[in-house]
Design a protein around this ligand. Structure first.
Ligand code: PHE
Ligand code: FE
Length: 287
């Protein structure tokens, strides 16, 4: 997601896209991808939503090296009509929404340096492509992302971008999903992070709370550490019903009269799957 961005660089097009320039990646860049890929897929085998793992296979992300966006887009286009477009970094909100509304996922082209394998302030190609793109091969999730883009353009007109951004955060980036008697990961911010892939499912610290749209859009989130609360959906069908098939305008109006909730809040009406100890807490920054 966007917010504070620098001016559009000269080499970027009007829609902020740039060439991926796949040929310019070094052997070390590809080796960094391979190392991260290997470590994540091993751990995610029984932690990620099956749709994510299927996406990795279907899109041949299992092939060594940083994916070539042109090739990846061709496969994705055949499945669900999505493409992957390179951008120089964070882009303005409207640019981001416009791309999503047109089934284009924007991805950073750079890869972290070898000493940054655990923490990154800006999303790189591993987060953007490994984390986000597999689920775009799932028809339901693909529709959700497009609708989110359209919803973003609408929210902008209604002065509600900050509310809507929380939905993206707690679903697309940090969502959990129930599967059988278990919970699985589907949020890209978790799936691309070694530490959070364990933390989000196994650690006693965070709350795990049933998805409720109004509740979620009141909840601030951490941008500097693992989340203090995760929201759990029952299925992608449920998520679509609560969002794509719901008119948000009345909801935004109702939210204006309600106070924000802290990232660790638990309410009497919450469906609590696990109540966190909040033992893992560092800084205090939330949005
Ligand atoms: N239905 C929402 C609206 O009326 C748009 C939306 C769809 C937002 C899907 C997020 C995800 O604005
Ligand atoms: Fe992301």
């Amino acid at each position: 997601m966007a917010s504070l961005t620098s001016p559009r660089p000269d080499h970027a097009a009007a829609d902020w896209s740039v060439a991926q320039d796949w040929a310019s990646y070094s052997a070390q860049d590809h080796a960094t991808w391979d190392r991260l890929f290997e470590r994540q897929t091993k751990m995610l085998r029984d932690r990620a939503a099956p749709e994510f793992l299927d996406g990795l296979d279907m899109l041949r992300l299992t092939k060594p090296g940083i994916p070539d966006f042109a090739e990846l887009s061709e496969r994705l286009m055949q499945r669900t009509g999505w493409q992957v477009v390179a951008v120089p970094g964070l882009v303005p909100d409207r640019v981001f929404f416009e791309h999503l509304a047109n089934r284009r996922f924007v991805a950073g082209r750079f890869i972290r340096s070898p000493d940054q394998s655990d923490y990154l302030a800006e999303p790189d190609v591993f987060h953007d492509v490994f984390g986000h793109v597999p689920l775009l091969a799932d028809p339901l999730f693909a529709d959700y992302m497009q609708a989110y883009g359209e919803g973003g353009l609408r929210a902008d007109g209604l002065g509600a971008i900050d509310r809507l951004a929380r939905l993206y955060w707690y679903t697309v980036e940090f969502g959990l999903i129930r599967r059988g008697g278990d919970m699985k990961l589907y949020g890209a911010g978790i799936l691309s992070s070694y530490g959070e892939s364990v933390f989000a499912l196994d650690d006693p610290s965070p709350n795990r709370i049933g998805f409720d749209l109004n509740r979620l859009m009141r909840t601030r989130y951490r941008i500097d550490d693992y989340q203090q609360s995760y929201f759990v959906i029952g299925s992608f069908e449920d998520l679509l019903r609560a969002t794509v098939e719901t008119d948000f305008a009345p909801l935004y109006r109702a939210l204006d009269g309600q106070e924000d909730l802290e990232p660790d809040a638990v309410l009497p009406e919450d469906r609590v799957y696990s109540r966190g100890t909040q033992d893992h807490v560092s800084g205090v920054e939330s949005k």
